[in-house]
Design a protein around this ligand. Structure first.
Ligand code: MF3
Ligand code: CO
Length: 236
């Protein structure tokens, strides 16, 4: 799973370096395809429940599952890029939110706090803790900043399937949920809105947007729980 997730990390790194005003989200999809060619890995999302792309590219008020298109990224946007692969029988899954050029101070803070909430969640991914200790860590971090946690989408176990048990919510009470054990691998993925927590799905059947039109950010890492602590498999 380290190898699968390293491929994901390398592709996301290349994508991040290509985000700038004037680039379309479809350009990012093509770059992901190019980066993947020659690597012994298949895109995990393409074909998943009929999803047609390698990437999810969610811009500004789009929360998750935005689809690559001719939409041109412009200065001040934020774009979440979510990518997964299947390599040697195992999945990797990770997401980043990238500012395009100079973004507003509030947008920058949303992106920073969302990434920090993932870091806090990872710190709680320790054998002996409970699953919702992870969830509570995210919630505490973002609500202290006045942001809100999306309820409708959650993280997940990951391994030979992209989505395995357990579901990993980004909200909940500490001390609840299953006991975490060494050997478990979780995709932890806070989706955080600047305004209210509610989302709706667009008519394309995929794109989730904030109900109030506010900005949303998303980070994801695949994390192994080991006897030595959390091992972030999708970090370079
Ligand atoms: N990282 C997301 C997830 O774990 C991406 C799934 S997109 C889909 O659910 F197209 F595959 F659904
Ligand atoms: Co995921």
């Amino acid at each position: 799973m380290r190898r699968s997730n390293l491929i994901v990390a390398e592709v996301l790194h290349a994508l991040k370096n290509n985000v700038r005003a004037g680039v379309t989200t479809l350009d990012l999809e093509r770059i992901a395809e190019d980066e993947l060619s020659g690597k012994d890995a298949k895109p995990a999302f393409k074909g998943y429940r009929g999803y047609p792309w390698c990437l999810c590219t969610s811009v500004n008020n789009e929360v998750v599952h935005g689809m690559p298109s001719k939409r041109v990224l412009k200065d001040g946007d934020i774009v979440s890029i979510d990518f997964g692969v299947l390599h040697d029988g195992f999945y990797g899954d990770s997401a980043i939110t990238v500012p395009v050029g100079a973004v507003s101070p509030d947008a920058a803070r949303l992106v920073k706090v969302t990434e920090e909430s993932l870091d806090k969640a990872i710190e709680a991914a320790v054998a002996g803790n409970r699953l919702l200790d992870i969830s509570a860590s995210v919630q505490r971090c973002v609500e202290a900043q006045g942001f809100s946690v999306v309820r409708e989408f959650v993280g997940h176990g990951i391994g030979r399937e992209l989505h395995e048990a357990p579901q990993v919510p980004n909200f909940g009470l500490p001390g609840r949920g299953i006991r975490l054990k060494a050997g478990m691998v979780l995709a932890i993925e806070p989706m955080i809105n600047m305004g209210g927590p509610d989302v709706k799905i667009l008519d394309d059947g995929w794109t989730a947007v904030t109900a109030d039109g506010s900005l949303s950010a998303h980070f994801e890492h695949t994390v192994a729980i080991t006897a030595e602590g959390p091992y972030v498999l999708s970090r370079l």
